[in-house]
Design a protein around this ligand. Sequence first.
Ligand code: PLP
Length: 238
Amino acid sequence: MDRDNLVNPVVKNYDRVEACVTAACDRSGRDRREVTLIAVSKTKPMEDIQALIDHGVTHFGENKVQEMCGKEEALPKGLSWHMIGHLQRNKVKYLMGKTCLIHSVDSLRLAQEIQKEAAKAGITCPVLMEINIGNEESKGGIEIHEAESLARQIAALSNVKLCGLMCIAPFVDDPEENRLHFRCMREKRDQLAALQIPGTDIRELSMGMTGDFEVAIEEGATLVRVGTAIFGERDYNI
Ligand SMILES: *Cc1c(COP(=O)(O)O)cnc(C)c1O
């Protein structure tokens, strides 16, 4: 029997994506350790995630609170679960202590709810602000010109730590079309970091998905969120 047939295809896919991440770092003179590859496991079964865990993968991304909490409970401890989806305030309490980073903070009210629940849990919750970089109606996130004022408001919340910015770039055929959006994100991250707002530690840039993560890395991404290229197409009708 061919041993290769026993390997879950997601493991090979992961290695392929990992090689592309490394190549993009090399092309842009970056250290591979500056970029975290998050395997976006939403809608995907435990056995695919477990295969990656067995392969040494520790960073996973989910966009629904209930699904993330279920997987976090069922799978081994010590993994890093990233909340990358739109977050309703009434679900924040379930995430405390389970997520390593909330990528999708897009309002002061949401940040205040995270403050309340983090304080109750006795923790500090790391967050990113989501920027609607393409100014698309269909997408969440604040406008880029609002970033500084929201950053200052979040900075005042003692149990919320603002660590950087996140965006979901427009869906495009040619990833090069998003290069200027990613560059703009990086410039805003640098501007905010230079303000040295007390209580913040602004260094992360969560940007790049299956279609455009290589360009995102070339433009400075520190966290890339890759689903389809690792797990295959998602089926929402199951
Ligand atoms: C689903 C999702 C991803 C992964 O998208 P792919 O194109 O499958 O890589 C990344 N970021 C967010 C916020 C998502 O919801």
